[in-house]
Design a protein around this ligand. Structure first.
Ligand code: C2E
Ligand code: MG
Ligand code: MG
Length: 751
């Protein structure tokens, strides 16, 4: 609303147009939106309401106030005068902003605009238009301050900053100039596309992405290569934001960061990773091929090991498990039997007279027979049972998981039945009957070794019980075996300690009316058990191999004794020495004999060797060679216990043998048994026809002697003439008492 009250008063007073003008001027003055002062001679003569209000006076209070009172200080007022007077007196407006003081002493900023009414006459006064700009000033100051701050940030920033408007750079900081490699100010007004290296598509894409982002009110971020002024390039990360999101084309701020190092590092990292991956790939390939090779080798090795294992655990001839594998399976079977409260049976099986077949028909046929036996055995038992070959003609069958002993008996019978049919090999009809020994765990023993030993023992009993049968192990067998074992130990010691000695028994010759030789018979004088006869210990020695050193001792001792007798002046007589089959098979037998003869200074003709028919039966070629060698040396050869073996007389013809000793079993029953008598008569007759001497063993009675003489026998040995005697009884040996009387009791026998 206009303030017209004062003006109306003036108009009423004037009542004319001047008054009207005055009224209007006053209205303008009072309603002006600026403070208006009128001064004359430095004193306020007019002030409008707003001016009074600005300085905090009532309107009437201001009139007459010195102008200085409105200023901040005396000095400020003086300064205003100095600045304003030249302008005003030149007729120009004076404008400035100055600090003023209100009535209450407070200060405020005031924009001043002054003009002299008449510059030629300054005394006419000056009009001052005043605006309170305190608020405006403080806003402007704050704006200035923040602009300065922003500029500071802008200029000192390590990130390049540019403001773009209309696709041109309108402002940028030093950092971006340095990044681009240009002089200060060189980027201003440049087109962005040009700065980016004249790549219109790149720029286009960037601009589009930026605008799209701005529409969705989101900042733009991208990474790209920017060119420097020198032609080089750098990787930049660019962020853009519209200054006014509503109008993105109207200015945007951009941050540009050099990320070359980071990109390079990333690139190096990627490259390194790629190389690494490549290397890993190659290495993996190498490893894979190495692995494949290794697998191959492992496979081959396993196969070889399996082959070796098979070889090591199987018998090469029959393919059956060998002793090692059997033992393995046996211990497993025993462990299992323990766990489940079951039993295990072991059968030892030896083929009757296999050795004879092998020796007479050759190894090839023997091997073939063993193979067939293996096949029949395997077929006779269950697949879970083990048939194994220990060597030679020894087989072992292991049974487990049977209900009772009857089952074992059944298997044994099945085996005997399986081996019963004749085997045809190379035109020979052969029969390989078994002797089977059976032992059962845990009934007979409590470990695998005992079980095997027991079965072996039982097998020997089966053999002596007449072959082709089976025997179960009994405790008694074990006792015998133990005795056997003890005997062997003692015999070995006896041989070492010289507890063996020789007795001699004279061989009597009817034609010579006297003794024609002496048979050396070994004795064992055991300090504990007294004199032990060879019938007890020779089989043990033969079984264990001890016969070899024992026999050598006998030979040497007999030859030595004969020499002693010779040196005593007793008549020269041949000494007969028994050779066991095993001894006879010794390779170096001939050399040993030759050495002993040489050692004792005995001529070969004073040694007679007694061998059994069994010795002759084995490997005939070898036997023949050996006998020839001995005979050629001059050693005499006699067949001992003739008639108990299997040799026929025609068979004997092949060998260079000189004498047959008719076994005492024929002589024993000679007088009562017609058959024995017939055999003895036939042997004597045929031997004579073949040019062989005969000697009858075991002559105990005069009647036997008479009968033998009747059949044509001329040589004898037996208790009837003399028992075997110790060598110190030489007198009786060389000339038994009443020998002639015994040979010719009635003289009519004398021919
Ligand atoms: P042998 O070679 O047939 O010896 C004859 C055996 O008959 C001797 O028994 C002898 O004492 C016995 N004897 C002699 N006359 C009679 C008689 O009228 N009636 C009876 N019933 N027996 C008579 P010995 O000394 O007990 O020898 C037994 C066997 O031991 C020998 O039988 C021989 O095979 C073997 N032997 C003895 N000494 C040796 C030896 O040094 N080496 C070898 N390998 N065997 C030996
Ligand atoms: Mg003899
Ligand atoms: Mg004999």
């Amino acid at each position: 609303m206009l303030k017209i009250a004062g003006a109306r008063d003036a108009a009423a007073a004037g009542g004319n147009s001047l008054a009207q003008t005055l009224l209007e001027l006053r209205a303008i003055l009072e309603n002006a939106t600026v403070g208006i002062l009128f001064t004359r001679r430095r004193v306020i003569v007019q002030a409008n309401a707003l001016a009074a209000e600005m300085w905090g006076y009532r309107p009437d209070e201001m009139l007459g106030l010195p102008g200085e009172a409105l200023n901040a200080s005396h000095e400020a007022y003086e300064e205003l005068g100095r600045e304003a007077v030249p302008q005003l007196s030149a007729g120009r407006s004076y404008r400035s902003e100055r600090l003023m003081r209100r009535k209450d002493g407070s200060l405020f900023w005031c924009r001043i605009s002054a003009k002299a009414l008449n510059p030629d006459y300054p005394g006419q006064g000056t009009i001052w238009i005043m605006e309170d700009v305190d608020e405006e000033r403080s806003i402007r100051d704050a704006l200035d301050r923040s602009t300065r701050e922003l500029l500071g940030i802008f200029e000192t920033n390590l990130i390049g900053i540019a403001v773009v408007r209309q696709q041109r750079i309108v402002r940028c900081n030093r950092c971006i100039e340095e990044l681009m490699g240009v002089e200060s100010g060189a980027l201003l007004s440049r087109r962005v596309a040009e700065v980016m290296g004249g790549n219109p598509e790149g720029f286009e894409r960037l601009a589009n992405e930026f605008l799209r982002g701005a529409e969705e009110n989101r900042d733009h971020h991208s990474e790209l290569r920017l060119p420097r002024a020198d032609g080089s390039q750098f990787w930049a990360r660019i962020s853009g934001r519209a200054l006014d999101p509503a109008d993105p084309a109207n200015g945007s701020a951009w941050l540009v960061e050099d990320i070359t190092q980071r990109r390079d590092a990333e690139l190096a990292l990627i490259q390194a990773r790629d190389e690494m991956e490549q290397r890993v790939h190659e290495r993996t390939r190498e490893l894979a091929s190495a692995n494949a090779k290794l697998q191959e080798e492992i496979f081959e090795r396993m196969q070889t090991e399996q082959r070796v294992w098979r070889l090591a655990h199987h018998d090469a001839l029959t393919g059956l498990p060998n002793r090692a594998l059997l033992q393995d399976r046996l211990s497993q079977a025993l462990a299992q039997a323990d766990r489940h409260g079951k039993r295990v049976a072991v059968m030892f099986l030896d083929l009757d007279r296999f050795k004879g077949i092998n020796d007479t028909l050759g190894h090839a046929i023997g091997d073939e027979l063993l193979k067939q036996v293996a096949a029949r055995l395997t077929a006779a038992v269950r697949a879970t049972d083990t048939v194994s070959r220990l060597g030679g003609d020894e087989f072992v069958v292991m049974l487990h998981d049977f209900r009772n002993v009857d089952d074992v008996v059944m298997v044994a019978e099945k085996i005997i039945a399986a081996l019963d049919p004749v085997v045809q090999i190379g035109g020979h009809a052969l029969r390989a009957t078994p002797s089977i020994g059976i032992s059962i765990y845990p009934d007979d023993c409590d470990d695998a070794m005992r079980l095997m030993k027991n079965a072996d023992t039982a097998m020997y009993h089966a053999k002596s019980a007449g072959r082709n049968n089976f025997q179960f192990f009994t405790a008694r067998m074990n006792e015998e075996a133990t005795r056997f074992f003890n005997l062997e130990q003692r015999l070995r010691a006896a041989l070492d300690r010289g507890e063996l000695l020789l007795h001699y028994q004279p061989l009597v010759d009817l034609d010579r009316n006297g003794v024609c030789g002496l048979e050396a018979l070994v004795r064992w004088n055991d300090p504990e058990h007294g004199m032990i006869s060879p019938g007890e210990f020779i089989p043990v020695a033969e079984e264990t191999g001890l016969i070899v050193p024992l026999g050598e001792w006998v030979l040497r001792e007999a030859m030595r004794q004969n020499r002693v007798w010779q040196e005593m002046g007793l008549p020269l007589l041949p000494v007969s020495v028994n050779l066991s089959p095993r001894q006879f098979r010794q390779r170096n037998l001939v050399e040993t004999i030759r050495a002993i003869l040489a050692e004792t200074g005995q001529p070969a003709r004073l040694l007679e060797l007694e061998i059994t028919e069994g010795s002759l039966m084995q490997d005939q070629e070898e036997t023949l060679l050996r006998l020839r060698e001995l005979a050629d040396m001059g050693v005499r050869l006699a067949i001992d216990d003739f008639g108990t073996g299997y040799s026929s007389l025609s068979y004997l013809k092949r060998f260079p043998v000189h004498k047959l000793k008719i076994d005492q079993s024929f002589v024993r029953d000679l007088c009562d048994d017609k058959e024995d008598a017939a055999i003895v008569a036939a042997v004597i007759g045929l031997a004579a026809a073949l040019g062989l001497d005969t000697l009858a063993e075991g002559v105990e009675t005069e009647a036997q002697l008479a009968m033998l003489i009747q059949y044509g026998c001329r040589r004898f040995q037996g208790y009837y003439f003399s028992r075997p005697l110790a060598p110190d009884q030489a007198a009786l040996l060389f000339k038994p008492p009443e020998l002639e009387q015994k040979l010719h009791p009635h003289n009519h026998y004398h021919i």
